[in-house]
Design a protein around this ligand. Structure first.
Ligand code: NAD
Length: 305
C-alpha cells in the first residue's frame, strides 16, 4: 500500500482548536490537505466562545507551508454550519473530507441531570454531526467523492457512569454511520466512526500523568487519517488510543424461534441462555437482514420453506 496523502483534498475538522481535532487537522495539513479549522472555542462544558484556538491552529498550518482557514460555527447551528461550508467552497471549490470531532461534556447522574443538559449534549454531538455531514453531503455526491468520520466514544459503545446524555449522543453515531454508509456508497462516500481515548482537557482530571503522556492525541490521528484516505474502508468503528487500534462490531446471536402456543414469556425466560449464546453470533447486513432472518426462521420452524 502506497503512502497516504491528501494533496488537492479539502477537509473540514470540527472542534479543531485543541485536543484531538487540532491533532487531526495538523495531520491532514502535513499530508497536503487544505483544512477548515472549525472551533467555537468553548470550555469543556460548552460555555463561553473564543476564536483564539482556531486561529492559532491556522497559523501553525500556515507556518508549515499549508493552507487553512478558521471558522467559528457552532456545529449545532445549522445556518452557521451552512455558512462554513459555503466559505470552504468559496475558498477551494470542493469538500472531500469531513471530520466531526467537536464535543462537550455535561456529566451528571441521570437523577440529577436536567433535560436541558441532556438536550444540549445531544445537540452538539448528534445534531452538530448531522448538520455538518448534511451540509457537505450534496457536494460530496456531486463530486462522487467523500470521506466522513463521526466521533463516538467507549462511553456510548460500552457505557460510563454519569454520562447518559453523552453516552446516548455517542451511541447515536453508530446509527448515523450505518445509514450514511448505505446511502453514500453509490457516490463513493465512505463513512466511518472513530472511538478515541486520549489525554485532552476532556479527560484531564481522570488520567494520571503517566497515562496522559501515553494517550497523546497524536497517537490517534494516524487511524483517523486512514479512515479519511482514498482507500478508506466504510462502516467501521475504529477504537484508537496510545497507538492501539481495534474494531468494535455489532453482532446478533443465532437465537431461537418460538412458534404459536410455544411463544410465551415463560418460554423466553426458560431459553434466555440459548437466546444469548454467542457461539453462533453473526453480523447482519442491514435492518432487513434481521427481518429476513426472523421470517425465514419462522417459516422453517413451521415447515413452510
Ligand atoms: P476537547 O474538549 O479538547 O476539544 C473539543 C473541541 O470542540 C473544543 O475546541 C471546543 O471548543 C470544540 N467545540 C465544542 N462545542 C462546539 C460546537 N458546538 N461547535 C464547534 N466547536 C465546538 O475534546 P477532545 O478530548 O479533543 O475530544 C474531541 C472529540 O473526541 C469529542 O467529540 C469527544 O467527545 C471525543 N472523545 C474524546 C475522548 C477523549 O478521551 N478525549 C474519548 C472519547 C471521545
Amino acid at each position: 500500500m502506497g503512502a497516504i496523502d491528501f494533496k488537492g483534498r479539502v477537509a473540514i475538522v470540527t472542534g479543531a482548536g485543541v485536543g484531538l481535532g487540532r491533532s487531526h487537522a495538523l495531520g491532514l495539513a502535513a499530508r497536503g490537505a487544505k483544512v477548515v479549522i472549525n472551533d467555537l472555542g468553548v470550555s469543556r462544558d460548552g460555555t463561553g466562545t473564543s476564536s483564539e484556538a482556531a486561529l492559532s491552529v491556522v497559523e501553525e498550518i500556515k507556518a508549515m507551508g499549508g493552507e487553512a482557514i478558521a471558522h467559528g460555527a457552532d456545529v449545532s447551528d445549522e445556518a452557521a454550519v451552512k455558512d462554513m461550508v459555503a466559505q470552504a467552497m468559496a475558498a477551494w471549490g470542493r469538500i472531500d473530507i469531513c471530520v466531526n470531532n467537536a464535543g462537550i461534556l455535561m456529566d451528571k447522574t441521570f437523577s440529577k441531570m436536567e433535560m436541558s443538559a441532556f438536550r444540549k449534549v445531544v445537540d452538539v454531538h448528534l445534531i452538530g454531526t448531522a448538520n455538518v455531514a448534511h451540509a457537505c453531503w450534496p457536494i460530496m455526491r456531486e463530486q462522487k467523492y467523500g470521506r466522513i468520520v463521526l466521533t463516538s466514544s467507549a462511553s456510548g459503545l460500552y457505557g460510563n457512569f454519569g454520562q447518559s446524555n453523552y453516552g446516548a449522543a455517542k451511541a447515536a453515531m453508530l446509527g448515523l454511520m450505518n445509514v450514511l454508509h448505505m446511502e453514500g456508497a453509490r457516490d463513493n462516500i465512505r463513512v466511518n466512526t472513530l472511538a478515541p481515548t486520549a489525554a485532552t482537557r476532556m479527560t484531564a482530571d481522570l488520567l494520571p500523568p503517566e497515562a496522559q503522556e501515553l494517550l497523546a492525541p497524536e497517537t490517534i490521528t494516524p487511524g483517523l487519517l486512514y479512515l479519511v484516505s482514498e482507500d478508506a474502508p466504510s462502516q467501521v468503528i475504529l477504537g484508537a488510543g496510545a497507538g492501539s487500534y481495534a474494531e468494535t462490531r455489532v453482532y446478533e446471536t443465532q437465537g431461537i424461534t418460538l412458534i404459536g402456543d410455544e411463544n410465551t414469556p415463560e418460554a423466553v425466560a426458560a431459553q434466555f441462555d440459548q437466546i444469548r449464546d454467542d457461539k453462533t453470533q453473526e453480523q447482519l447486513d442491514g435492518a432487513f437482514g434481521q427481518t429476513k432472518k426472523y421470517a425465514l426462521n419462522a417459516a422453517q420452524a413451521q415447515g413452510l420453506k
